[in-house]
Write a protein that binds this ligand. Structure first.
Ligand code: CP
Length: 305
């Protein structure tokens, strides 16, 4: 029984495959059938850090399932502004709602919330640490495209040091077999050594994006995240490290796909959007059935009326 969703490392392959299976089922339900699943249940959506996709897709999922969203998109409108602690905010939301979706700029904030909350907590991103539901929708996108996750060649490109989406994805891929990983970043933004050490897959770390384009099945681009750099000068040095353009894709495999958790800044030129390889908008749309499936599983597991 899954209670909270804090780190992707808490999920077995069986758990992940079950969520992907339920997400696929969600796509075939009618609007009316879905409305029964969370009918009338209040779910808290607490965003202490900006978001477009995670917040909107969770809130869409809640409303598609007949639930009601309670919360804030800007913590400055909450009593945090008056000095209320995260612990007290979570205790309050758990008293009002049947589950809590939260995003917070501090690593470990979601884990702390799960220790306090009497209802399931879902981590919508905690600082540079983890973004488990992003990984679920990433895996769902890959599975839909290739019919499998095993035995693929996957490149992760950009800010691998601070990028929580690539930390979660690289960790989750340990549940699958025969994957070849290519970590492409400037030297300052390499994947944390612990994640490299813990990986069971073959890994090649490199700085040149063009080198891997003809080889891989998936290119997972990420933004160089200005807001994570302690020193703006360090950001200035690496901010333009990569720009994927349509003309660079001539030697790519026919079926290769380009993913990105979004938002993008300049790392994918808009001319890529119209190529057969772009999947980042479909990937973002997959956030709705995945989050519907997860909410269904978590709330059904705690099924008080
Ligand atoms: N992918 C993602 O987490 O996007 P947002 O920051 O817009 O939620």
């Amino acid at each position: 029984l899954i209670k909270h969703t804090i780190s992707i490392s808490d999920f077995s392959r069986e758990d992940l495959e079950y969520i992907l299976f339920e997400a696929n089922k969600m796509e075939s339900l009618t609007r009316r059938e879905k409305q029964e699943i969370l009918y009338g249940r209040p779910i808290a959506s607490l965003f202490f850090e900006p978001s477009t996709r995670t917040r909107l897709s969770f809130e869409t999922a809640i409303s598609n399932l007949g639930g009601r969203v309670v919360g804030f998109a800007d913590a400055n409108t909450s009593s945090q502004k008056k000095g209320e602690t995260l612990s007290d905010t979570i205790r309050m939301a758990a008293g009002y709602c049947d589950a809590i979706v939260m995003r917070h700029p501090l690593e470990g904030a979601a884990r702390r919330a799960s220790e306090i909350s009497s209802v399931p907590v879902i981590n919508g991103g905690d600082g540079t640490n983890q973004h488990p539901t992003q990984t679920m929708l990433d895996l769902y996108t890959i599975k839909k495209e290739f019919g499998k996750i095993d035995n693929l060649k996957i490149a992760m490109v950009g800010d691998l040091k601070y990028g929580r989406t690539v930390h979660s994805l690289a960790t989750a891929l340990n549940q699958f077999n025969g994957i070849e990983l290519y970590f492409v970043s400037p030297p300052e933004l390499k994947m944390p050594s612990q994640i490299v050490k813990d990986s069971k897959h073959t890994i090649k770390e490199l700085e040149n994006l063009e080198e891997i384009i003809p080889i891989v099945d998936v290119i997972y681009m990420t933004r160089i995240q200005k807001e994570r750099f302690p020193d703006p000068l360090e950001y200035g040095k690496v901010k333009d490290s990569f720009e994927l353009k349509a003309k660079m894709l001539e030697n790519a495999k026919n079926e290769m796909i380009i993913m990105h958790p979004l938002p993008r800044v300049s790392e994918i030129n808009v001319d890529v959007d119209e190529t057969k390889h772009a999947r980042y908008f479909e990937q973002a749309a997959n956030g709705v059935p995945i989050r519907e499936a997860l909410l269904k599983i978590l709330v059904e597991g705690n099924n008080g009326e």
